[in-house]
Design a protein around this ligand. Structure first.
Ligand code: SF4
Ligand code: SF4
Length: 223
């Protein structure tokens, strides 16, 4: 989800790469689950999140949708999946009674990042530290790649860039077509190709992303 705010207002004013040290480590968040509640539909999932959830939890997106822990919403004209917050406390569906993440190993990229965010510019991105989001004041410094805790950080970075700029292009196209049926078709094609068709978890995600990108390019003549 894009935010139109100045980086100076919400960060420490620095941008970080995967090899930089950043004061983000909140030591396992003891007694705190503030960023697992009240997040609305902002914890949007990317195709790697779906692959990671399918590998770790053994369920496809269709199954998560049918159990109600993930939902679909329109974000900037695109239909994308996000973690569902529920109940009067607006709790993430994966948050346990005692305030712990029930899918810690497979949690999505946005959860792994927090309190970092991604700042995209010039076809690439870097990380920034959100200063008003995490309530812990005694955070330690940690290497960004260690904090994100995702194998093969270079490939993951490349994928995130590709995905972000693909969604930007798709958004422009969807918002630019006057025929609502055409925009629905573009959304459905993206959802089916990158999210709803189950992944082969015995194979690399990145190979499958390449194959799916190529199929989507043929079908919709772009990416
Ligand atoms: S998936 Fe886990 S870490 Fe992410 S919001 Fe839900 S409970 Fe919190
Ligand atoms: S607000 Fe900070 S300490 Fe609390 S759960 Fe989120 S990251 Fe952890």
């Amino acid at each position: 989800m894009k935010r139109n705010v100045s980086l100076q207002e919400i960060s420490d004013g620095r941008l970080y790469g995967e090899n930089d040290m950043v004061r983000a480590d909140c030591h396992g968040c003891p007694d705190c689950f503030r960023c697992c509640v009240g997040m609305g539909n902002s914890v949007v999932l990317d195709p790697f999140d779906i692959y990671r959830l399918q590998s770790g939890e053994g369920r496809t997106l269709a199954e998560f949708l049918s159990e109600g822990s993930i939902e679909l919403n329109v974000v900037d004209g695109l239909v994308l999946p996000n973690l569902r917050m529920s109940g009067s406390g607006e709790r993430c569906s994966f948050l346990s009674e005692n305030g712990r993440c029930g899918i810690h190993e497979s949690r999505p990229g946005i959860c792994r990042l927090f309190p970092l965010g991604r700042y995209y510019e010039n076809g690439d991105f870097r990380y920034f530290l959100q200063t008003g989001e995490c309530s812990r004041t005694d955070r330690s410094k940690v290497k960004v790649s260690r904090w994100i805790d995702t194998p093969d950080p270079g490939r993951y970075h490349d994928f995130l860039c590709r995905w972000h700029y693909y969604l930007n292009a798709l958004e422009e196209r969807v918002l630019g077509v006057e025929d609502s049926e055409a925009s629905k078709r573009l959304n459905l094609s993206m959802l089916q190709c990158f999210y709803l068709t189950p992944y082969d978890t015995a194979r690399s995600f990145y190979e499958q992303f390449e194959e799916r990108s190529s199929a989507n390019r043929k079908e919709n003549s772009f990416l």
